[in-house]
Design a protein. Structure first.
Length: 187
């Protein structure tokens, strides 16, 4: 697995530092006086990619919260570009009148958030905010308004820290690029 890495784009220590900062921003926005009223928070990782990031993030947000799950697929199998977004499974419980934070691994075409944000709004959420660990430097991503962004990265295919290629590499602790021959190898 480690032999497949081309280069480390964001090492684990930098990720941990930024996760800490993002958690502080989210906490501040969901605590009085910035947050009025008694509505509670639901954090929703968009699976499978946001699983690792969200696991680290929520442990640094010291407020009452529930977790909802949304499983979405846009890069099935060995795809390295979006094939259209599909919601595969949702376990959201009731988000009516709750403050929802959608957490995704990476903002690329923006299609995932463009589809999932209205879905949660239609369920009657009190507010919907979005958080992505990575944002690609490409026009489609630049145009999307996201509330919390970890890092801006070049328009390259990355894996690790939850992000996959053919469902592998999610357990790499750093964000990395893969060698060209790994991406091009026939299954
Ligand atoms: P979007 O819907 O914004 O195009 O892309 C969001 C989803 O596409 C991400 O949650 C992720 O699953 C997948 N994706 C986009 N870019 C990359 C990438 O560079 N590497 C990996 N592994 N997945 C990506
Ligand atoms: Mg994803």
């Amino acid at each position: 697995m480690h032999g497949d890495i081309d280069r480390i784009l964001i090492p684990r220590q930098k990720i941990a530092q930024r996760v800490h900062e993002l958690a502080a921003l989210i906490t501040a926005d969901h605590t009085p006086p910035r947050l009025a009223g008694s509505a509670e928070v639901t954090i929703v990782p968009i699976l499978t990619g946001a699983m690792v990031f969200c696991g680290d993030l929520i442990r640094e947000i010291p407020i009452a919260m529930k977790i909802g799950l949304l499983t979405v697929s846009s890069y099935p199998g060995r795809s390295v570009s979006s094939q259209g977004v599909q919601v595969i499974q949702r376990q959201l419980e009731n988000v009516r009148d709750r403050h929802v934070v959608l957490v995704d691994d990476i903002l690329d075409s923006g299609n995932t958030l463009r589809m999932v944000v209205p879905l949660v709004q239609q369920m009657g959420a009190a507010s919907v905010r979005t958080c992505v660990l990575l944002k690609k430097d490409r026009p489609a991503a630049r145009e999307m308004a996201v509330d919390y962004v970890g890092f801006e990265i070049p328009d390259e295919f990355v894996v690790g820290y939850g992000l996959d290629f053919d469902n592998y590499y999610r357990n790499l602790p750093d964000i990395v690029t893969l060698k060209r021959d790994v991406l091009e190898a026939r299954p």
